[in-house]
Ligand binder design. Structure first.
Ligand code: NAI
Length: 332
C-alpha cells in the first residue's frame, strides 16, 4: 500500500539524519510518497515564517509527517517551529520510549520506560510580558481539557502496550492550582484503569530517582516543561540523544521526530547518529500499520549495535553518519 507522508528535514543535522532515514525506509520496502516541506530556519529564509501554510496544509492532507530537528534562537528571534506545529495541529501527546540498547555501553542496561509529555500548553504558549520595568511574567497555562486528554492518552497507551504503572511528575507542592489540576485529572483517569497502578513524585525528587535507579519506572506522565527536560535526562541514561525517538500525536495528525535538536556543534560534518530519527520512523511505520517493515528495521538496528563494530562518535565510535547507515542497510 502506498502511503503519503510529509517530510520536514529541518536544519542543522536534520538533512543528514533525514537522508539516512529515507534510505533505510526505502530499503525496507515501504512504499511512501514523500511531500517535501520546510519548517524552522529553512522555512524562515525561504518564506519568512518558521511554519509556512503549505507545511501545515500538507500535514493536514497526509495526516502524518516525519520531521528532523529545527533550530530556535535563544532569548530572541522567531517562535519555535515545533511549538507552532504542536499547537496548530493539536498534537497534544508527545510519546518518547526510552529503552536500553543491547550492545551500547551506557550508565544502565535495564531501562525501559515511556515518557508521555503534554505537548500544547504549560509555559510553551510563549505568553510573556513586562508588567513593570524590569519585571517579566511568563504565563503557565493549564486547562482541564488538556490535562484530561494527556492523562487519557497515557493510560490508554499503557493498557494497549501492556504497561502496568504510571508515575506522574509534578510540582503541585508549589503550583497548587496548575500542577494540582494536572495531578488531580491523572488520578481521576487512573480510576478507570484498575489494572494499572498510579503514583506521583515531585519532579525534583523524580530526577534524583531516575538517575539513581531508572528501572523502577514504567511510564512517566509529565506536563510540557518537565517532559521536555526529563526526556533529555532519560536519553542520557541509555546512551544519549542519538538514540531516543519520539512521536507527537493528536486526534487527527501525527508528527514523528527524535528527541534531539539540530546539534549545531556537529552539523554538516557527517557525525550525526541517525538512529533516533530512524527509530522515530519505525514508530511512524507502526502508526501506518506497516508492522513487518517496522520490525525489520528495529531488528537491523539491534544487530548493528550488537555486532559492535560500527558506532557513531556520540557512542564512542569513529563511523560517519553514512558509514553507520551503510552498516544498517547491510543488516537489513
Ligand atoms: P541538541 O539536542 O541539538 O544537542 C545537544 C547535544 O547532543 C549536542 O552536543 C549534540 O551534538 C548532541 N546530539 C544531538 N543529537 C545528536 C545526534 N543525532 N547524533 C550525535 N549527537 C547528537 O540540543 P541543543 O544544542 O540544546 O539545541 C540545538 C538547537 O536545537 C536549538 O536551537 C534548539 O532550540 C533546537 N531543538 C530542536 C528540537 C526539535 O526540533 N525537535 C528539539 C530540541 C532542541
Amino acid at each position: 500500500m502506498r502511503h503519503h507522508v510529509t517530510l520536514i528535514p529541518g536544519d542543522g543535522i536534520g538533512e543528514e539524519v533525514a537522508e539516512a532515514t529515507l534510505e533505510v525506509l526505502k530499503a525496507a520496502g515501504v512504499d511512501i510518497q514523500w511531500d517535501h516541506q520546510s519548517a524552522g530556519l529553512a522555512a524562515l529564509y525561504k518564506s519568512g515564517t518558521p511554519v509556512p501554510k503549505a507545511t501545515l496544509d500538507s500535514i493536514r492532507k497526509n495526516g502524518v509527517a516525519l520531521k528532523g530537528p529545527t533550530t530556535t534562537p535563544v532569548a530572541s528571534g522567531h517562535r519555535s517551529a515545533n511549538v507552532i506545529l504542536r499547537q496548530e495541529l493539536d498534537l497534544y501527546a508527545c510519546i518518547r520510549p526510552v529503552k536500553s540498547v543491547p550492545g551500547v555501553k551506557s550508565r544502565y542496561e535495564n531501562v525501559d520506560l515511556v515518557i508521555f509529555r503534554e505537548n500544547t500548553e504549560g509555559l510553551y504558549g510563549g505568553q510573556e510580558l513586562e508588567v513593570t520595568k524590569g519585571t517579566f511574567v511568563a504565563l503557565k497555562v493549564v486547562t482541564e481539557h488538556a490535562c484530561t486528554a494527556i492523562a487519557n492518552a497515557t493510560f490508554a497507551y499503557a493498557a494497549k502496550h501492556n504497561r502496568h504503572h504510571v508515575t506522574v511528575g509534578h510540582k503541585a507542592n508549589i503550583l497548587k492550582l496548575s500542577d494540582g489540576l494536572f495531578l488531580h485529572r491523572a488520578y481521576q483517569v487512573a480510576e478507570q484503569y484498575p489494572g494499572i497502578t498510579c503514583n506521583d513524585v515531585i519532579v525534583d525528587a523524580l530526577c534524583m530517582r531516575l538517575v539513581t535507579d531508572p528501572s523502577q519506572f514504567d511510564m512517566l506522565l509529565l506536563e510540557n516543561l518537565y517532559g521536555d527536560i526529563l526526556s533529555d535526562l532519560c536519553a542520557g541514561l541509555v546512551g544519549g540523544l542519538g538514540l531516543v525517538p519520539g512521536a507527537n500525536i493528536g486526534n487527527d495528525y501525527a508528527v514523528f521526530e527524535a528527541v534531539h535538536g539540530s546539534a549545531p556543534d556537529i552539523a554538516g560534518q557527517g557525525l550525526a547518529n541517525p538512529t533516533a530519527l530512524i527509530k522515530s520512523a519505525v514508530m511512524m511505520l507502526q502508526h501506518l500499520g506497516e508492522q513487518t517493515a517496522a520490525a525489520r528495521i528495529d531488528t537491523a538496528v539491534e544487530s548493528v549495535f550488537l555486532q559492535g563494530h560500527v558506532r557513531t562518535r556520540d557512542l564512542g565510535g569513529q563511523a560517519t553518519t553514512q558509514e553507520f547507515t551503510k552498516a544498517l542497510l547491510a543488516a537489513l
